[in-house]
Write a protein that binds this ligand. Structure first.
Ligand code: PBG
Ligand code: ZN
Length: 330
């Protein structure tokens, strides 16, 4: 058959061999894109499996160091620390106690793995009896009363050696207030990774089992964003950048890739996406049934999060991916 003018561009030409496909691939996943979340608890020699998240556990610091050693050996270079407290109250004091579990974990990790990029989640929900992300007054989540407490929490993590503090509470102005507190205390180089765009989401379910942070009353709809809103994401993210956020995050990831893409086009700061607990659990559950190919599905999912515009991806799959010694789809 002679080529007609519309037949010059054979799209399949560039797909004809693996080598060629590899050379023309636009986006690649790299170990440096991946941050592994770690749940840390008080005590010694503790590993508490999380039922809804196969392969993930709450760990005491000694066990955490062992797991982290494996992670680092397989090429892991960064993680996010979530602290769980046995001593919950209504003031959030446990969240910023210098003797608290998160500062202890940060110090131990930094001592053993000084190069490891350590992000600490800054919130109150795991430390407050009612499980909300802010201080409750008169039955409401009091934005401005929460700000100084969050600043104390962030400061305690910075003092322990966190590279980036990551407020996940969604109170207004917390980025500015935290930045000021860090600067005033000389932590000019401690970065701020803001959970700028965090939606109210059913995908957080398994995390709340892990962190025992399900709200005892009401829901998080007065502070987390409505899934129907996209323009509001721009408003939130621009405000956080103006307040001093170094990196902004979108959360959850897969159902919100339009938001990742929109922020990528609007902002110059790096964008992070959190592939959250429920997104992890869905893949794990289907894989356990033998219904999907876990490795292929994980790599495709994360590659697409990166293609949408995320520079950093927080994912519970990071340790598996590095263990598989795979980053690319073949
Ligand atoms: C709490 C917090 C949540 C997550 C991170 N920090 C849950 C929530 O807002 O209820 C979700 C993480 C995940 O689901 O993996 N501030
Ligand atoms: Zn919270």
């Amino acid at each position: 058959m002679t080529a007609k003018s519309f037949m010059l561009n054979r799209h399949r030409r560039l797909r004809s061999s693996k080598t060629l496909r590899d050379f023309v691939r636009e986006t690649r996943l790299h170990p440096d894109n991946l941050l592994q979340p770690f749940f840390v608890i008080e005590g010694h020699n503790k590993r508490q499996a999380i039922h809804a998240m196969p392969g993930i556990a709450r760990l005491s610091v000694d066990v955490l160091l062992k797991d982290m050693e494996m992670f680092v050996r397989s090429g892991g270079r960064g993680g996010v620390i979530f602290g769980m407290s046995n001593h919950k109250d209504n003031s959030g004091q446990q969240a910023y106690s210098a003797k608290g579990i998160v500062p202890a974990a940060i110090k131990a990790i930094k001592k053993n793995f000084p190069e490891f990029l350590l992000v600490s989640d800054v919130c109150l929900c795991a430390h407050l009896k009612h499980g909300h992300c802010g201080i409750v007054r008169g039955g409401k989540i009091d934005n401005d009363a929460t700000l100084p407490v969050l600043a104390e929490v962030a400061l305690s993590h910075a003092q322990a050696g966190a590279d980036l503090v990551a407020p996940s509470d969604m109170m207004d102005f917390r980025v500015g207030v935290i930045r000021q507190a860090l600067d005033k205390n000389g932590f000019l180089e401690t970065g701020l990774l803001s959970y700028a765009v965090k939606y109210v989401s059913s995908f957080y379910g398994p995390f709340r089992e892990a962190a025992h942070s399900t709200p005892a009353f009401g829901d998080r709809k007065t502070y987390q964003m409505d899934p129907g809103n996209a323009r509001e994401a721009l408003k939130e993210a621009r405000a956080d950048v103006a307040e001093g956020a170094d990196i902004v995050m979108v959360k959850p990831a897969t159902a919100y890739l339009d938001i990742v893409s929109m922020l990528r086009q609007d902002l110059t700061v790096p964008i992070a996406a959190f592939h959250v607990s429920g997104e992890y659990s869905m893949i794990k559950a289907a894989a356990q049934q033998g219904w999907v190919d876990e490795k292929a599905m994980v790599l495709e999912t994360l590659l697409c999060i990166k293609r949408a515009g995320a520079d950093l991806i927080i994912t519970y799959h990071a340790q598996d991916i590095l263990k598989w010694k795979l980053c690319g789809l073949s």
